[in-house]
Design a binder for this molecule. Structure first.
Ligand SMILES: [Mg+2]
Length: 178
């Protein structure tokens, strides 16, 4: 069970993910979670750095798609704003990931999911056979159920780290202009 909760890569934020590395390992499509991965929870604002990373991903030729457990109206708004299609379904169920693969037109092995929650994004992604990338949540404001799951996530992350299973990559998030 623990292996299904283990991301292939664990980074601080989207900006730490090397797009050329994804291309090198055969990734063609990227599925993004929304809340606390692309935007702060409940917010529709996307930071300029995140916007640039998303545009870079598109420019690299990756097919991109959103997959969120939030309300449809919110997903549609973000999808429209970012000009990124969205898939239907509730993570971690397999149907949600099949919907995303259908939108992207990629196979599981050609696809990565990027998200901030182990029990939805990573568990579902691993079960569906995707390359899974865990990012740290952008904020601590979340649903009450998510706050409870964060405690379990911390236990899982500690166990994975103890067993040397966590492939963590750190990066310099400072603005080069500073
Ligand atoms: Mg999230």
């Amino acid at each position: 069970m623990l292996s299904k909760l283990c991301p292939n890569l664990y980074v601080e934020s989207l900006h730490c993910i090397d797009l050329s590395h994804l291309r090198d390992i055969g990734v063609l499509g990227i599925v993004f979670d929304i809340d606390n991965t692309v935007t702060m929870w409940g917010s529709k604002e996307v930071s300029p750095t995140t916007l640039k990373w998303l545009e870079d991903a598109k420019a690299y030729g990756f097919r991109v798609c959103l997959l969120s457990n939030n309300r449809k109206a919110r997903i549609d708004d973000i999808s429209h704003m970012l000009n990124i299609p969205s898939a239907k379904g509730f993570k971690p169920f397999g149907s949600a990931f099949r919907s995303a693969l259908c939108v992207l037109g990629t196979s599981p092995r050609e696809t990565t999911i990027i998200g901030d929650q182990i029990f939805t994004d990573i568990l579902g992604g691993n079960r569906a056979g995707l390359y899974t990338i865990l990012v740290q949540p952008m904020s601590t404001t979340e649903f009450i159920t998510t706050r409870f799951l964060r405690r379990l996530e911390r236990i899982v992350l500690r166990k994975l780290a103890c067993r040397g299973l966590l492939n963590r990559e750190d990066c310099d998030l400072r603005d080069p202009a500073e």
